[in-house]
Design a protein. Structure first.
Length: 114
């Protein structure tokens, strides 16, 4: 199953969704701002991405700058921040076949699902 963690207000996320729709494959949409991602799921996604939690953070978000930037944070602190403030999560994320990609650029999604 293909899953896209999607924010409908984000143009890049909408582009990623379009790639999946155009592929003709079955997929699930998780609107993660409406359906919060659990800490366990977020850890699994980060593991599938093969990145450090900080690499998934949208560092230009106001909440990051006001509450977290410049602080000495460990991975669990960063994951907790993203669970508490899902707006901090880079988007879109697509998971398929025990792999995951951040859909920026959308070619990342195409290479995952082909």
């Amino acid at each position: 199953m293909i899953t896209i963690y999607h924010n409908p207000r984000c143009s890049k996320s909408r582009e990623g969704l379009q790639v999946l729709e155009d592929s003709g494959k079955n997929f699930e949409i998780v609107k993660y701002l409406d359906e919060p991602i659990s800490e366990a799921t977020l850890k699994e996604i980060i593991n599938l991405l093969g990145i450090k939690p900080i690499e998934l953070v949208r560092k230009n978000e106001a909440i990051w700058k006001s509450e977290y930037k410049g602080k000495d944070l460990v991975d669990d602190n960063i994951i907790s921040a993203m669970v508490k403030h899902p707006k901090l999560i880079e988007r879109p994320i697509v998971v398929a076949n025990k792999k995951a990609v951040i859909g920026r650029p959308v070619d990342n999604i195409k290479s995952l699902i082909e």
